[in-house]
Design a protein around this ligand. Structure first.
Ligand code: GRF
Length: 196
């Protein structure tokens, strides 16, 4: 049985975290969630994790967060970012090379990069006038949204969409895409066929 560590963000809504935990409980991901790591206590994600009986570790952002994150994630086979907005410290990237995933609420490589998070992403998609958006699960490296793309799911952009309506449509697909990508990566790790 594999163990996942999930890193949530300072606002930590936690819907992807819950979708991953649910997929583990239902056997769609052959793993258990070992720990949720959050930069702050008391967010909805942290509360939800505790209600699900998942261990929570609070690691504030700061100069010494690298070793503290590595220590909080000890024993994890895969690390999943779910709403975590920062670049990861080098210590974490080194300790979990090619074993850190993120989900982005648009079709990378467009609409990604520094500062592209939350509603800004959906505003940019609408401003670009594209007919499709979606979500992207990718490996995490030292660049914002820069690692290899693992899986994408598409949704239409509909006439009259607001950033909020588009975000809601994309989020539904995120909840399907993330567990699927995690299961795929675990399978590749087991088979020893994972590419960088
Ligand atoms: C999601 O939209 C995800 O794509 C992005 O951050 C958001 C996290 O939402 N990286 P939630 O906390 O999982 O609900």
């Amino acid at each position: 049985m594999h163990t996942l560590g999930i890193l949530v963000g300072p606002k930590g809504r936690g819907s992807n975290m819950a979708a991953i935990a649910c997929a583990c409980a239902e056997g769609r991901i052959p793993a258990r969630v070992g720990v949720i790591v959050s930069p702050v206590d008391g967010t909805p994600a942290v509360e939800a994790a505790r209600e699900m009986g998942i261990t929570v570790q609070v690691v504030p952002t700061g100069n010494d967060s690298g070793p503290r994150l590595v220590s909080a994630l000890q024993g994890c086979d895969l690390v999943c970012l779910a709403g975590y907005l920062r670049l990861l410290p080098n210590e974490v990237l080194r300790a979990f090379q090619n074993r850190i995933l993120n989900i982005h609420p648009a079709l990378l490589p467009r609409f990604g990069g520094k500062g592209m998070y939350g509603m800004r992403v959906h505003e940019a998609v609408l401003a670009a006038g594209v007919s499709e958006s979606g979500c992207t699960v990718h490996l995490v490296n030292e660049r914002y949204d820069g690692g290899r793309i693992l899986l994408q799911r598409r949704v239409p952009v509909l006439p009259g969409d607001t950033p909020e309506t588009l975000a809601a449509r994309v989020l539904k697909e995120e909840h399907r895409a993330y567990p699927e990508a995690i299961a795929q990566v675990l399978h590749e790790l087991e088979a020893g066929t994972q590419r960088a």
